[in-house]
Design a protein around this ligand. Structure first.
Ligand SMILES: *[C@@H]1O[C@H](CO)[C@@H](O)[C@H](O)[C@H]1NC(C)=O
Ligand SMILES: *[C@@H]1O[C@H](CO)[C@@H](O)[C@H](O)[C@H]1NC(C)=O
Length: 474
């Protein structure tokens, strides 16, 4: 009796502290508020309810730090790091993509982010994160160069927060514009500046197909990077472990911002192959003016050819024992692992590279979610994938969301939801990672990408198995 009373007092206390959304929201959308109300009304479990209420709108609530609706121009920070990542900003806004054709304000926000990203690519296609305006970055001492008239010159500029070259940063820019176009049919984003950015991306990808030997012979390293720091933040000799030309693109860093072991990272290439094809399809279908069409035509052909070349190379070099591997060097060395960040092996169907039911994907997925993956952990709180970024025994909620987004199995979805809402450390937000046996030990209390992904998973469950939202999760 007393116990019940105390327990219910505690519950009330918990509820009072559970709506952690700021009173002053950075961006407000009626459509999103309606969606929060509609979906949360179905939820009986408070852990699920409050995690959804806080996480789903987190990007809009807290990270749209600069928005000018007139240009439009949107600057979207990652959360606790106050710079705009190309990858994160695309993913953060992707959460709301299915609503933009019902909400012109939201549509304009995404349009502003596309415009911002296009400018960022044209400033420097090798950078992963940008400042709002010029300022000194904490990484300004990185030794990173670009090729200027055949000479390598220092390339860290005040526009940049960080200059780690990652294939998926550029792919993210294309993906955001495709998502926007598919939802709205609005061709106004496809202007000459946009086509110039597409051209720059294609040229950067072509350059990244050349191996280090070729670049050495031509005295042309388009990009080098060295940091005086931990090994995951730098690459050997500024150019990385030797690889041999295969058609695959070299990425110096992964979606985790950690350096690659071998620069032919399969998930990065798979995502590039899919999105390049979708870029070509969008540019072919869009009703463009004669002059824009003329400018787009060669880019369509180039994007299609590159997409196919990458895909062929993935199937030739990126498979072992009936499953995709994570990284290869084109000379016979292959690494099997999976990292929690998207793009990962687990996330391949999300970009349309392969069907969920494809046996090759299923074999890869099974391996990634097992001890064959050195970054897979099983603990008393959850089981899932982590990565070198935080290290041993820390599971990333993002990987559990990815697992949920790539299954049709109701029981697996239930288990993903359970693991996610019972491991917030009673903070009712997604974290970057948590200790497998104790979720009170976690990293990054404000990580908008992961929050948005959790929202996406709930939206998917609401469409496929809404009854799961009514269950209790212990
Ligand atoms: C976009 O165009 C396609 C093809 O014409 C059409 O099927 C779709 O309904 C349109 N979508 C919107 C949001 O107008
Ligand atoms: C900076 O990187 C370039 C290219 O890797 C290298 O040649 C140069 O020695 C490096 N400078 C310093 C100070 O490390």
């Amino acid at each position: 009796m007393y116990f019940i009373l105390i327990a219910s007092l505690l519950t009330i206390d918990l509820l009072a502290q559970s709506n952690l959304r700021p009173a002053q929201k950075k961006f407000e959308s009626e459509t999103i508020e309606e969606t929060i109300n509609r979906i949360s009304a179905k939820m009986k479990d408070n852990k699920l309810k409050y995690t959804f209420i806080n996480s789903f709108p987190n990007t809009l609530d807290t990270t749209v730090t600069n928005y000018d609706p007139n240009i439009p121009d949107s600057f979207v920070i990652t959360g606790d790091i106050t710079a705009m990542w190309l990858r994160d900003s695309t993913n953060q806004l992707w959460t709301y993509m299915e609503f933009i054709n019902k909400d012109s304000k939201l549509q304009n926000l995404v349009k502003g982010a596309i415009s911002r990203q296009v400018n960022q690519v044209l400033i420097d296609p090798y950078a992963n994160a940008f400042n709002y305006q010029k300022k000194q970055s904490e990484w300004s001492n990185d030794n990173t160069t670009r090729c200027f008239l055949g000479v390598n010159v220092h390339a860290m500029s005040q526009n940049l927060h960080e200059r780690k070259f990652e294939i998926d940063s550029l792919v993210a820019v294309l993906r955001l514009s495709i998502g926007y176009y598919r939802e709205t049919n609005d061709t106004s984003i496809i202007n000459f500046k946009y086509l110039k950015a597409v051209q720059r991306i294609l040229r950067t990808f072509r350059d990244s197909q050349a191996d280090q030997q070729e670049q050495f012979k031509s005295f042309r390293f388009p990009y080098t990077f060295q940091r005086n720091g931990r090994s995951t933040d730098t690459v050997i000799n500024g150019i990385g472990e030797p690889v041999r030309r295969t058609g695959l693109l070299r990425t110096f860093f992964r979606a985790s911002d950690d350096s690659t072991i071998y620069q032919f990272n399969i998930p990065e290439n798979a995502m590039a192959s899919s999105i390049l094809k979708q870029t070509a399809e969008m540019l072919s279908e869009a009703q463009l003016s004669w002059s824009l069409r003329t400018a787009a035509q060669p880019l369509i052909g180039e994007a299609l050819a590159l997409s196919q070349e990458i895909k062929d190379a993935i199937y030739k070099y990126g498979i072992k024992d009936g499953a995709f591997v994570y990284e290869v060097d084109g000379m016979g060395k292959q690494v099997f692992m999976d990292d929690s960040n998207q793009p990962s092996l687990l996330s391949l169907p999300i970009y349309g590279f392969i069907d969920i039911e494809d046996p090759l994907y299923q074999a890869t997925r099974k391996k990634a979610l097992s001890s064959s993956n050195p970054y897979y952990y099983e603990g008393t709180a959850a089981k899932g994938i982590g990565g070198p970024h935080i290290g041993a025994n820390y599971i990333w909620p993002m990987a559990i969301v990815t697992q949920g987004l790539t299954t049709y199995d109701k029981q697996e979805l239930r288990e993903c939801l359970r693991m996610l809402v019972t491991t917030t450390g009673n903070k009712w937000f997604m974290h970057e990672s948590f200790f497998k046996d104790n979720p009170d030990s976690f990293t990054r209390s404000w990580f908008a990408w992961a929050n948005g992904l959790f929202g996406e998973l709930v939206l998917k469950i609401d469409k496929q198995y809404p009854e799961l939202l009514e269950e209790n999760y212990i």
